[in-house]
Design a protein around this ligand. Structure first.
Ligand SMILES: Cc1cc2nc3c(=O)[nH]c(=O)nc-3n(C[C@H](O)[C@H](O)[C@H](O)COP(=O)(O)OP(=O)(O)OC[C@H]3O[C@@H](n4cnc5c(N)ncnc54)[C@H](O)[C@@H]3O)c2cc1C
Length: 428
């Protein structure tokens, strides 16, 4: 049975980037606190896997997005955690109809759509991203694929306003030593207990009760840093959740995004050192566009990414089908000898993970500003944190981390320590 000898001032629920950001700020301010985490590991959607393939790869976040404004990139620099220091020039080659091509015109259609979606949002339009697609364009399936990767949702379900609210500086740097490994390093020394799942949070006049599967904890304030779907589905219940916040969980659902990773006995794509290779056959739509990272950081891996309903449905069907799907696309482009070189293969399961249940949040069309509701304190003692809470770096790990810092600042004020200003200005 999980027990505290003394109840902490603040309980943080969830040890992902947001919960760990909160923990670091609380520790720095000298507040008594404890982090509980339902899984048997910390990091949540930041997870560097070095065991299943024998080579490190990130099952979840992998890129420092908006890297020039990314607080986690700065922290990585401070502790010598390696990442690509320069943006690689966009190298994107596409295998189509039996040949590799670098057809800029057609690629420009894809990037044009991605830009147009965000631009529409910045102009205040809140319409489905799908309205900016030309369904007759031969590269429309590829544009749909990339939209679903960026927002983890179907283009019909993406709000252009939410997309336009995102602050994209255009600099994205991959984390060589692992994004999940970075989050784990930043958690060193924090008081975290794993395998404790919160079930219900109830604010009372003087305190907050956190009911867990291992007993009840009483605290003065609580930071709820779990994936949005946990609250949307009631798996974690917040008593008396204000109606506007409850509605926001319905309006800003999490989408789906999975990765399939294959390890080979050595480098097999010698002439193809590039961040992304698209494999796409427009005359056979059933093949679905794909893009691969080949030999990331020189490792003998191919990692492909799928998103939206396609990812959700593939993940439901199971790992063998996912691996076969990715491998078939690679074999079409690189030849069947590839099959003999495979050492291991594995996939992610974010969609069915009971403590995650999806990828990241995306506002529905017409509800592009709905996530603003998450910023409000609940009964003065409960504070939400997580990627869904951020207004401009939503859906990212560094955005989640920043919301943890802010929630900690609010919690510090709520417990009466008056140290909020320190936490707010934290370099962390
Ligand atoms: C495939 C994929 C690729 C991605 N790529 C990138 C990328 O390249 N760059 C980027 O910036 N972002 C990326 N993201 C998004 C990024 O990973 C997330 O936005 C971020 O990690 C979310 O952090 P969080 O703290 O909000 O939530 P999480 O990391 O999900 O942490 C929440 C924690 O709460 C725990 N929990 C759940 N329920 C309970 C409960 N009842 N009690 C206790 N604990 C509970 C969970 O187990 C989890 O550990 C990607 C995500 C996915 C899925």
């Amino acid at each position: 049975m999980f027990q505290y000898s003394t109840n902490p001032d603040v309980v943080v629920i969830g040890a992902g980037a947001a919960g760990i950001g909160a923990g670091r700020a609380l520790a720095k301010a000298g507040i008594s606190f404890h982090i509980i985490e339902a899984k048997d590991r910390i990091g949540g959607r930041s997870f560097s896997d070095s065991t299943s393939l024998g080579h490190l790869w990130d099952q979840g976040c992998h890129w420092f997005h908006s890297a020039d404004k990314n607080i986690l990139r700065k922290l990585a620099e401070e502790i010598g955690h390696k990442f690509l220091s320069r943006q690689r020039t966009a190298v994107m080659t596409t295998f189509m109809n039996g040949a590799w091509r670098g057809d800029r015109l057609r690629e420009d259609y894809v990037w044009g759509v991605l830009g147009a979606v965000a631009a529409a949002g910045r102009q205040g339009k809140d319409v489905p991203a799908s309205t900016l697609l030309d369904p007759k364009h031969p590269w429309c399936p590829m544009a749909r694929h990339w939209l679903s990767l960026m927002y983890s949702a179907e283009p019909e379900d993406i709000s252009t306003l939410d997309a336009g609210n995102y602050e994209d500086t255009g600099i994205n740097l991959a984390v060589e030593d692992g994004y999940g490994a970075l989050i784990a390093r930043l958690a060193a020394g924090l008081p975290i207990t794993t395998r404790v799942a919160a079930r219900k949070v109830t604010a009372r006049s003087q305190d907050v009760l956190v009911e867990t599967d291992q007993g009840t904890i009483t605290a003065k304030a609580v930071i709820v840093a779990v994936p949005a779907r946990m609250i949307e589905t009631g798996r974690l219940k917040i008593d008396d959740l204000p109606a506007d916040i409850s509605q926001a969980f319905a309006d800003v659902p999490m989408g789906y995004y999975e990765k399939i990773a294959i390890a080979f006995d050595g480098k097999v794509f010698d002439d193809f050192y590039m961040p992304y290779a698209n494999i796409f056959d427009p005359v056979a739509p059933a093949t679905h566009p794909l893009n691969f990272e080949l030999h990331p950081f020189g490792r003998p891996l191919a990692i492909t990414h799928i998103a939206g309903h396609f990812a959700r449905d593939m993940e439901r069907e199971g790992e063998p089908g996912m691996i076969d799907f990715a491998l078939s696309a690679l074999v079409r482009a690189f030849g069947s000898d590839l099959r003999k070189r495979i050492k291991k293969a594995t996939t992610t399961h974010w969609s069915s993970d009971v403590f995650i249940k999806g990828a990241y949040s995306c506002a529905k069309p017409g509800r592009g500003d709905a996530r603003r509701a998450f910023a409000a304190p609940i009964r003065g003692r409960i504070f939400l944190a997580g990627e869904h809470v951020h207004q401009t770096f939503q859906a990212t790990a560094h955005g989640a981390f920043e919301t943890g810092l802010r929630a900690a600042a609010s919690a510090i004020s709520a417990v009466g320590h008056g140290a909020a200003s320190e936490a707010q200005t934290l370099p962390v």
